[in-house]
Structure formats: C-alpha cells, structure tokens
Design a protein around this ligand. Structure first.
Ligand code: HDE
Length: 709
C-alpha cells in the first residue's frame, strides 16, 4: 500500500472531527503555499520580474514585446479564468462533512450500506445555492435554495440533488427550459437579477397552474431562510430502494436541521441583500470554523411497490408531497458539515452533481421530472467542465474506478494497461454480478401505449397548495400575502397580476381577496374552489421548533459607547459566549471605548455605521448613564434599536439601558416590557421575545443565557 493509500485507509476509520476519506483524497492535489516561496511560471521556471512587461527603451516610449513569455503566460491564463456558470443554481457555497446511519431499520428497504451500515462514516460534500441569480448575485433573495449532497460511498458516488422545498414548479422535465426562461432575467433587457418579481415569471405561473403548490412555498417564509443551516433539504423526486429480497419501495429523502427551520423577515432580507450580499455563505463558514457544525437528521418516507396507486395523488408527481399522516417519516441518519473548502473554485465551483449517480440498492422511479433530470445534469457538466469532469479531484470517487472510457479533453488519470475494451484476454475491467456488487437494475414490467401525455392524477393542481396554505400559522399566512403582493406589484402588465388572482382563488377565497386588494386585481366575489379545511403536519415552520432552543452561533450585537458599564457587559458577554453565541461590540468608532470610571478600556469590533441591526439576531444594551445619553443622541443607534424591535428581535437591556429602550421603541398605549431579574443580582433586565416570527429560539435562549428568573 502506498503512503497515500495508507492515509486514505486510516482516514476512513477515524472520528468525527478528523478528516474524512474524501478530505484526505483531496490532499493529493492540495498545494500548501509557504511564506517566501519562490514564484515560478506554470512550467516551473523561477520568475525574476512579474511587474514589468519586457519592452524596448525601458521607461521611455518603447512598445511592449510579444516575446515576453512570462507576461504572455500571465495574461493568457487570466483571459481564460472564467468557465460558464451553472445555467441555474449559479450562486452557491459548499462544505465538507460526513453522513452516518443512526438506525439500521432501512435494511428493510435497501441493501445499500450507505443507508444501513452504522459502522460507516461516509464523506460528503454539500453545495447550497439560490436558483435564479447569477454567480455574483446576493444571498438573501426570495428564491428556492438548492441542497445538493454528494455521498462518496465505498460503492461509488451517490448524489441527492435536492432543494429546501419538497415540491417543484413543473411535473415534466420537458417544461424545464420554459420555466427557467420565464423566471430568469427577461430576454429584452436582462432584468431582474436574483428575483422572481417580474412579468414573465408570474405570466408563466398563471398559465401553468401545476406550479401553484410550489409558488405557495416560495412565497412563504421558506423563500427567505435565515441560514443554510436552518433549512430543510428534500430529494423532491421519487426514488426507489431495493432490498436484499429483491423487493422495491418508492422513497422520498428528507434532511431536517437540528437548529430548527427559521427565516428572515422580508424587510431584513431586502436590506441584507445590500448590507452583506454574502450573508449566507459567511454564516456557513463562520459556524463551521467556530465548531458549531451544522447538523441535519436524515429521514425517509417509503411506499411499497404494491401501493403505488393507492393515493389520491400520483406518487410520481413532483408537485405533490406525501403527507406525513399517510406516509410517516423514519429517521435513519445524520448529516454533519465540519470543514470549509480550501479553495472555492476547484471545490465548490467544480463540484458537479447528477441525479443519475446512484449506488446499488438505490434506484430511480418513473417520475417524469426525474427521468429528464437524469439526462440533463450529466449533459450540462460537459459544457461547464468538459467530458472528463468526473476525474476532477472534488468529483472523483473514493473507491477504485476502472472503466474503458478513454481520452477526451483534459484527461487527468493515467491508466497503465494494454487493453481498453471488454472482453479482453487479460480479464481486466470485467463486469460483475449483483452478488459481487455490480449495479443491477430492477426488472420492471411495463405495458401501455407510447404517447405524449400525463396520467389522470397529474391533472389536479390545487388541493395540496390549499393543504399547505391551511397548515400555516396566521403570521405565516400574513407573510405569504405580503410576499405575493410584493411580487405582483412588480409586474407591470395588468394581464399578469390580474390573472394570478384566479389561481389564488382556487386555493383560498380570502387569500385571493387579500392579494387582489393589494395589487389592483379583480376582487373575487365567490371562491373558485371550496376550501376543505384540511391541514397537515410538517408544512408550517412552527412544526420544526427545536426541542431545546439554542443560541449556538447566533449573532448578538452589544451596543456600547463611552461611559458604559464594562463589568456588567463582560458578565453578560461571558454568559452568552459560554452558550456559544457570537457577540460583537458595536460602538461609535472601531477603536477603544472608555467605560465607566475605574474600568478597563474595551475595543469595539465595529462602528455603528459599518453594521446594521439586520445582520444580528439579538441586541443587548448595557447600563451606564453617560453611555445611554450618547446612544440617545445618535440617530443611527436609535434606528438600530427601532429596526431590531420592528423585526421582533430579542432585545436585552440593563439599568439605564432599559430607559433608553423604553424611550426609543415606545408605542402609544402599549407596554411591551416584562421586567425581570438577572439571577443572583439586583439588576433589572428587560427582555422581549416574539414566538410568532419563528425567532422563538433566539428570544427564549437569550433569556435563558441571561439566567432571567
Ligand atoms: Fe436542477 N439543474 N433541474 N433541479 N438543480 C441543475 O445542473 C434540471 C430540479 C438542483 O449545486 C443544473 O449542474 C432539470 C429539481 C440543484 O451544482 C441542470 C430539471 C431540483 C442544482 C439542472 C431540474 C433541482 C441544480 C444546472 C427539471 C430539486 C445545483 C447546473 C426536470 C430536487 C447543483 C447543474 C449544484 C442544477 C437541470 C429540476 C435541484 C441544468 C432539467 C426538481 C440543487 O442540469
């Protein structure tokens, strides 16, 4: 065994915090650069001057010379740095981690060791993305988020190329180019970027009612997640599992975040787009680097092959969920992200997912969206990365690869063999049976007429859109009305905004009326379709509040100015930090701030103008008379606090800080404050938390961290 193979082998059996087999595999290609290392050309010759192009009559007026091969190489490499961005999901960020089986009950359904062998730690690479915007667009736009997972299993790579929403806009892959053209910037002016608030998207959605269910999800709070770490992930399409007895089940894959499912408010999302367009990607890497490893439960829903037709909806229709009441979730695994990438381009940009990448024990269904996807992903990687894209370090499997496929542009692997075909006299690269690990497709009986058509159950589009709407909490419904109202207000063609009201009226009469009034639509006088009042579990985000709310990795701004009480602040900061919240001191300048007399100087991390309340989950205002007077005179700070209050953030204040808070956010006739005591002290703390915006965990957890009695 070579030393690389030995270290690869060792890595596969190591503990959580140690590198996975894939991370070790990547070491072969990682070049650690050292201080004072010498610059060379790409062909390895040391470079003497990288700042001046060779020319005649140096520093006078001589022309630059074509002969300068160092200058030419530098510019030539630069000219070719860009590759085509992904046609959708161009904006994204990725991380390494691992997958573990926590319950081996899936062996009833599959013989795939990745889902059944609890002694394994399978390396993964996950890429999160937005869909509509280009590579440089902002993170917190209203959009679906991609949730693509590459499992580097011992049986080959398995990709779940999922989203944070369990259904899709269309039922048949052949509609995908139409859908993407409609949502992407319009052809005549390339507008808008990173949003679906325009004529063409809503025009398409109105005329293609199968999108109604998904539109409801994207317009709900799901469209503006607080963090990639706080989103669910769904395989969306129906796959199949095959067990050792040769029995087949249909399956849906779910990832459920341990932190709960949380969203931004739309106003926050809009502002963060400008204040920090990299908000989500920074959030992910900061959490991983601080050891707060994002973790998801992995669950499956299964339906035996024999029960395929037992449901009101078609289980192969990607615009439908399988309600949990009918098909319960079984938790079988855990996904953890524990390592950021070393270099963005070769890892996150060059990673290439394919729904067609499955391993023995896992297979496809006849879901018409999945069938098309199985062609599309493989195809698109060729124009993005070239035919040998599966040899790129991030994409190559960790198990042995031997195929008779050869050549093509940018072949990396060097294969030492006299034969590259099968059969051959040396028996190299021979296919093996299923018993020996070969991938054997399930033998499925088919009969019927070849035609261009969809099954009868694919014709119904509104019942699950209604189920979703009915299952939302009142505040979630209100957010949804505002979101559709915002989007339709950005459509200038009245045909578009007026006609979508008809779609909404098929979902819910009150919803249609509320939106119509907002956007100048025709207010309906009777429901387009009765609302049956049915609800289901797991659709509202409130169903995902974590059992033990936590402030781990939440961002807390501590507002300070000269004369603040540093001793008290340090006590609170220590409590928050020990609960693994991340505290930032925000002051009038990024420099030393002078606390009360007799206390040591404190250095502020940022100044009031450089950050905004929207970038934080909670605020704490320490006591100090002079300090509070200074805060009250600063319009930016007053805005900070009012804005945080308006966004229902947790706000803690002590002593004079409480008076300041009261003055700043006073609403006539309403006393919103609940004064309480910090345990073991005489300080009065005021805290205010709101359950209904999905920020329950932060508000209650700040309260816990402060030990408020
Ligand atoms: Fe994709 N999709 N998609 N998609 N998709 C791509 O593949 C496509 C669909 C999803 O981080 C492309 O490598 C078709 C559903 C994610 O690299 C492309 C159809 C779901 C990513 C493509 C769909 C997704 C992509 C563009 C309809 C959720 C980003 C670049 C039949 C389950 C993966 C690429 C990454 C990317 C095609 C529908 C998720 C063009 C034809 C449904 C997360 O191949």
């Amino acid at each position: 065994m070579s030393s690389i193979e030995q270290s690869v082998e060792k890595a596969f059996t190591t503990m959580a915090s140690e590198p996975t087999k894939k991370v070790v595999d990547l070491q072969r290609d990682i070049q650690e650069q050292q201080a004072h290392q010498v610059l060379t050309t790409d062909h390895g010759v040391k470079v003497a001057d990288t700042d001046n192009w060779r020319c005649t009559e140096s520093k006078k007026n001589g022309p630059s010379l074509l002969e300068d091969q160092i200058g030419r190489e530098k510019i030539h490499r630069f000219d070719h740095e860009r590759i085509p961005e992904r046609v959708v999901h161009a904006r994204g960020t990725g991380a390494h981690g691992y997958f573990e089986v926590v319950d081996d009950r899936a062996s009833k359904y599959t013989f795939a060791p990745v889902l059944t062998d609890s002694s394994r730690k399978t390396p993964v690479f996950v890429r999160f993305s937005t869909v509509q915007g280009s590579r440089g667009s902002a993170d917190t736009v209203r959009d679906v988020r991609g949730f693509a997972v590459k499992f580097y299993t011992e049986e080959g790579n398995w990709d779940i190329v999922g989203n944070d929403i369990p259904v899709f806009f269309i039922q048949d892959a052949i509609k995908f180019p139409d859908f993407v053209h409609a949502v992407k910037p319009e052809p005549h002016n390339d507008v808008p970027q990173g949003q679906s608030a325009h004529n063409n998207f809503w025009d398409f959605a109105g005329l293609q009612p199968e999108s109604a269910h998904m539109v409801m999800w994207v317009m709900s709070d799901r469209g503006v997640p607080r963090s990639f770490r706080m989103m669910q992930g769904f395989g969306v399409n129906t796959f199949t599992l095959l067990n050792a007895a040769g029995e087949r089940h249909f399956v849906k894959f779910h990832f459920i975040p341990e932190l709960g499912v949380h969203s931004l408010l739309w106003d926050e999302a809009l502002k963060i787009n400008g204040q920090d367009p990299d908000f989500h990607r920074k959030d992910l890497s900061e959490a991983i680097e601080s050891g707060a490893y994002p973790t998801w439960k992995f669950a499956i829903q299964t339906i035996p092959q024999s029960e395929e037709h037992k449901f009101e909806f078609d289980i192969l229709d990607a615009t439908k969920v399988w309600p949990q009441e009918l098909v319960p979730l079984e938790e079988i695994g855990k996904l953890v992200l524990n390592r950021v990438v070393d270099e963005f381009f070769p890892e996150t940009e060059q990673v290439a997912f394919c729904t067609s990448h499955v391993v023995p024990g896992i297979g496809f269904s006849n879901d018409p969206l999945l069938q098309g996807r199985n062609f599309s992903y493989f195809d698109t990687q060729i124009s993005r990365l070239g035919i040998n894209w599966e040899e790129l370090p991030i994409n190559r499997p960790v198990c042995p690869v031997l195929s008779h496929n050869r050549d093509g542009k940018s072949r990396h692997r060097i294969v030492k063999s006299e034969v590259n075909y099968w059969p051959n006299r040396k028996n190299i690269g021979c296919p093996v049976s299923g018993e020996k690990g070969g991938y054997v497709e399930y033998a499925e009986k088919l009969e019927g007429i070849k035609q261009r058509a969809r099954g009868p159950k694919f014709q119904e589009h509104f019942s699950q859109a209604q189920l979703f709407y009915n299952s939302l909490a009142a505040y979630e419904k209100a957010h949804l009305v505002s979101a559709i109202g915002f989007e339709l207000s950005h459509c200038e063609d009245s045909v578009v905004y007026k006609s979508y009201i008809d779609v909404l009226n098929n979902i819910d009469f009150d919803l249609a009326k509320a939106v119509a009034i907002k956007v100048n639509g025709e207010v309906p006088t009777k429901p387009g379709r009765a609302n049956d009042g049915k609800k289901s579990k797991g659709l509202s985000q409130l169903d995902f509040l974590p059992k033990n709310p936590t402030i781990v990795s939440r961002r807390i701004a501590i507002l300070i100015s000269d004369g603040f009480n540093a001793v008290e602040m340090e006590a609170v900061r220590a409590a928050l930090t020990s609960a693994k919240a991340v505290c930032y001191l925000i002051g009038p300048r990024r420099n030393h701030i002078r606390p009360m007399a007799g206390q040591d100087l404190v250095f502020a991390d940022h100044h009031f103008d450089s950050q905004r309340s929207t970038l934080f989950d909670a605020i704490y205002i320490p006591s100090g008379e002079e300090h509070v007077k200074t805060l009250a005179k600063n319009g930016r700070v007053v805005h900070w606090v009012r804005e945080a209050f308006g966004h229902c953030k947790a706000i803690a204040a002590v002593g004079e800080g409480v008076d300041f808070l009261r003055d700043v956010v006073r609403l006539p006739g309403i006393d919103l404050f609940v004064p309480s005591r910090v345990q073991g002290s005489d300080e009065v703390v005021t805290s205010y938390g709101v359950v209904t915006t999905g920020k329950y965990s932060i508000s209650s957890a700040v309260t816990d961290a402060l030990n408020i009695a």
